[in-house]
Write a protein that binds this ligand. Sequence first.
Ligand code: GLU
Length: 388
Amino acid sequence: MTAGKATGRALKDYRRITVKIGSALLVDRKSGLKRDWLASLVEDIAALARGGADVLVVSSGAIALGRTVLGLTARSLPLEESQAAAAVGQIELAGAWSGELARHGLKSGQVLVTLGDTEERRRYLNVRATISTLLKLKAVPVINENDTVATSEIRYGDNDRLAARVATMMGADLLVLLSDIDGLYTAPPALDPEAAFIPFVERITPQIEAMAGAAASELSRGGMKTKLDAGKIATTAGTAMVITAGTRMSPLSAIDRGERATWFAASPNPVRGYKTWIAGNLEPAGRVTVDAGAARALRQGKSLLPAGVTLVSGRFARGDTVAILDPAGTEIARGLAAYDAADAVRIAGLKTAEIETVLGHEARAAMVHRDDMVMSRALETETADDPA
Ligand code: GLU
């Protein structure tokens, strides 16, 4: 189910909204959960729900809250302790959400996911079915990474990209990132007092990406970089995004009151269905560099043939996602490899007729088939100006 396409800059213009809440907003190191603030946010959520929108919550804060409850705030924690802190914090966090939502007559359902739940196609479809059933039953999904079982190698790590993955999976038309910063600036404002605020981003280009610094605060893993990564995932799939400060009370209605926020336009030609899953893939397993002729052919909608491949790197199996790079090293597309890495290396640069001889068996013509490929939005030609 995909919500209707909307392009406005008021929350009421949107029918399905994913709201991501950063840890620093919800949790105070000393006093724990910020209940008054949460109550004000949930009041906003309830108003959107009354207006007919589906709201999904991606809430961070499990680890931060668990640390406060357990008195483990003074030092950085080894993995087992942060997993234990997440277990303690998550139960409290979920309780707080369900309690606040219930005050407005809203039901809620906790969904904890690990990386494979969005990156493996079968599990992705399974999570999607569960969340859409929750929405059908009018229960607000309250989603977080399952930090208690996630290890450092196998995790999202930041809820910005997780939220984007959830938003696009569910066909949300808007992703709201509530952060400790009120939007995107030409440079990190903490480092550069001259940094200028940017109210609207038509498309996340490499120039826009260059404006992001690294992670900003100790409690938030993300920083602006992962927010722009989230923006790329969201906007490619037709989900608009807005970043605003969650530090004030009632942070959602504040957007509609005109408080500062940066809006990111959804792609006018969003990818759909299966391609949404490919485009949002978080960590491609390999990289395939192509020559100029192949890069041109891909832009014309052709499949990637081995003949146009100049370099293959990474370890990937057939069906894994690979990034496709042009000769300058810019990512131009993402797709599912039709060969594993070892075979891809052997047939790179070969004509279709030569492949069978090298592999010793009949082979697929394409290294990445066009049906399994999504072009990067950063390379679309500039079209519209800020419509506001
Ligand atoms: N999943 C983590 C938590 O709940 C937060 C990740 C993030 O801050 O982005 O503690």
